[in-house]
Design a protein around this ligand. Sequence first.
Ligand code: ADP
Ligand code: MG
Length: 445
Amino acid sequence: MSAAAPLAAAVAAPPVAVTGSPMPSAAPSVPAAAALPAPGVPSGPLLPGPDSATGRPVTLGVMGGGQLGRMFVHAAQRMGYDTAVLEPDLLSPAGLVSHQHFELPYDDADGLTELAQACDAITTEFENVPASALQRLAAERPVAPGAAAVALAQNRIAEKAHFTACAAQSGVACAPYAVIESAAQLAAVPADLLPGILKTARMGYDGKGQLRVSDAAALQAAWAELKQVPCVLEQHLPLRAEYSVVLARGWDGASVCFWPQRNVHVGGILAVTHAYQSNMPAAQAERAQAATQFIATELAYVGVLCVEFFVVDDGSPLGRLVVNEMAPRPHNSGHYTIDACDVSQFDLQVCALAGLPLPAPRQHSPAIMLNLLGDLWFDAAGQSRTPNWAAVLAMPGVHLHLYGKPEARLGRKMGHLTITGASVAAVQAVAAQVVARLGLPGLDD
Ligand code: ADP
Ligand code: MG
């Protein structure tokens, strides 16, 4: 297709703008989260530039210094905010680009005090930041998302209880599951949950903390291997596809979200995101968006939230939509929004935190995102190398994002490529060439 061709109507994912009622109370079905207090709400929008009373630049803070924090910092700085990061790593992606970097642990009392004093509002870039630290910050500054929502996302047991409570209205349930916290619960697992996947309730990511089990004996052995920590056992579902929805919700309850993106994982790690409207039937996409909005609203969520979905093969033409898990922050699968949308997930994170209006995002180009793992920095003999970026940057619509991590390691997320173009076919063709030239996993592995 020529560069002058108009954008195909199918490429632009229609935005969803929803104006919500004033902030509802947190879902009562989740005791661990509901026990934490609600965060403070800013008295008005935090506009970028010098504060009129103090003259100090209005500063947005982030807990954590990873790549998501770096892209938040970039978005905030472009809009004229100063930024501050609390992150113990001296050479962190976000710390390296932020105005201020407090090189202290996330639960360090002095670090939290310094961050609160430096900032006008604070967000988080990874879900395992201690909820108690967010609670402490919230006593002094607006914090979004709040400790309660982050605590819920840190624990699959609480998260699934919330999804189950929401399913009554959203109609989108999670995979059949059982909580395993004791030997008695292990023994009582219904046979129809097997074969299944045993997942630790806490600290799981990129497929870590998960074991596939085929029968009761394997389940027992797997729980022992996971040191008998609290777990959930999920029925192993026949997946047709995986999707995620990124939503932003403001202090006033208004929310906007992107069209669902289709995700391909390799070895438990996101490898490819397909972002164009034809990737999902419209009725199903709207159900996923509505379920995401319901999940956020019932949590009184403020900030950017990503909810992952499965489409399960149940013999029907569309398949059954199932909710998997959520991340209380921007998501790897939403990185394409930087290059393919007029407002990115990080722009929306800034707007939500600062109490600014949330513009409905518009996707102007179809896109494919390819994750760049540290593996790419090693040749077949295990010698380190620099990937041949010149070979792929020569192609149209290829956008390189590297996160500034000083050392490549196998499986480490070092960056990503977003490929944009005038049509889905053009994007797929370039992406296939990029995959071949760099030796990345295929687009649909
Ligand atoms: P993580 O926190 O590691 O992303 P997930 O719960 O998303 O954990 O699981 C990782 C991957 O494992 C999913 O993206 C999916 O491919 C697969 N998976 C997880 N749960 C199930 C399930 N119940 N049935 C089939 N596949 C699953
Ligand atoms: Mg996941």
